[in-house]
Design a protein around this ligand. Structure first.
Ligand SMILES: [Zn+2]
Ligand SMILES: [Zn+2]
Length: 194
């Protein structure tokens, strides 16, 4: 009778063995278990029906291309960029401050818009930058540039201070003057016009 023989569970497979058997079984079982965690190897072994250790011939270090997740990332970023471009457009149109930059993910492929400093992928960037440039130049030039132009016109008309330098203040003053003139010179209410 070996009833008094104590059995110990294998820590890997849980089967119980006598101490001396477990001593031999343990390392083998662990090895097998480790191999099982590599599906490629275990499949190969199963097909071959053998247990040949494939030491040093592991095809494991092959670098896996991460195209798929990259593509997904690109796609999401693309959508983000499109949305943010839309937001930007809207904000500019309504004269609101520009929304904060969207992407916490800074992609080196991205092109930064030199006007609003936000980044867009190639497709969005070329369209956005054109647009943003246009908007930006309009914004920048609007009061000053228009005023300057009007001031030049007014100066040529009035000739009162020919040597006075054209400062922004004088330009804006001229603009206001000019607007007042235009307003009074061109009645818009049809009732006043005969
Ligand atoms: Zn075991
Ligand atoms: Zn921009």
């Amino acid at each position: 009778m070996d009833g008094n023989q104590e059995l110990f569970p294998c820590e890997v497979c849980g089967r119980r063995f006598a101490a001396d058997v477990l001593e031999r079984h343990g390392p083998i079982c662990r090895k097998l278990f480790n191999k099982k965690r590599k599906p490629f190897n275990s499949l190969k072994q199963r097909l071959q029906g053998t247990d040949i250790p494939t030491v040093g011939k592991e095809p494991q270090s092959k670098p896996q291309p991460v195209r798929k997740s990259n593509w997904r990332q690109h796609h999401e970023d693309f959508i983000n960029a499109m949305q943010s471009a839309k937001q930007c457009t809207l904000a500019i149109k309504e004269g609101r401050p520009l929304p904060p930059p969207p992407a916490p993910t800074v992609n080196p492929d991205y092109i930064q818009c030199p006007y609003c400093k936000r980044r867009f992928n190639e497709t969005a960037a070329s369209r956005h930058i054109n647009f943003c440039k246009d908007q930006e130049s309009r914004r920048v030039f609007d009061p000053a540039q228009t005023a300057a132009r009007l001031a030049t016109r007014a100066q040529g008309r009035a000739q009162m201070s020919p040597k006075k330098e054209l400062t922004v203040t004088s330009a804006v003053g001229a603009l206001l003057q000019n607007r007042a003139l235009e307003a009074s010179a061109a009645p818009t209410r049809p009732g006043e016009l005969e």
